[in-house]
Design a protein around this ligand. Structure first.
Ligand SMILES: [Zn+2]
Length: 155
């Protein structure tokens, strides 16, 4: 899904990107005012994720009540946003740019594993490298727990 998260909902952006969503963050895009957010969402055909009732009323949106990212993920799941981690990483957790797989013989920065040993992806926009390390695993576990609860609730 193409989403636009407002300043109150930025904590879920990395989770949504792990699920392959094109999840732009208003503060990264330099917009903060309600009408600027609504205009950007319309221009780019994005669904706004917000805790602001007025903003939610002004554009296609998912209105959240919770403050904590994990609780917000539960609300997003309940609203029908799919929260399935993708096998191939698709979106940059830092800037939402598109990721490309680094070739097995390609070079990676010192902080990243050797792409001959592990799958590594690089962001087209900011150059950050990603792989399925501990940080990724913890996000996947959190998402699985959220979706399990969702099923248990009978929704
Ligand atoms: Zn990036």
């Amino acid at each position: 899904m193409k989403l636009l998260l407002d300043a109150m909902c930025g904590g879920v952006r990395a989770y949504l990107r792990v699920c392959g969503h094109d999840a732009a963050y208003a503060l990264d895009r330099g917009v903060e005012a309600d009408d600027a957010i609504a205009a950007l969402a319309r221009d780019e055909d994005r669904v706004v994720v917000t805790r602001d009732r007025d903003l939610a009323g002004a554009t296609e949106s998912v209105l959240l009540r919770e403050r904590e990212p994990v609780d917000q993920l539960r609300e997003l799941a309940a609203a029908g946003v799919p929260l399935e981690p993708t096998d191939e990483l698709e979106r940059c957790g830092r800037c939402n740019g598109v990721l490309d797989r680094v070739d097995e013989t390609g070079a990676t920065p010192a902080y990243a594993p050797d792409p001959g040993d592990e799958r590594v992806w690089r962001c087209r926009d900011c150059g950050q490298c990603f792989w399925k390390g501990g940080h990724h695993e913890r996000m996947v576990e959190t998402l699985a727990a959220v979706c399990e609860n969702e099923t248990a609730d009978g929704t």
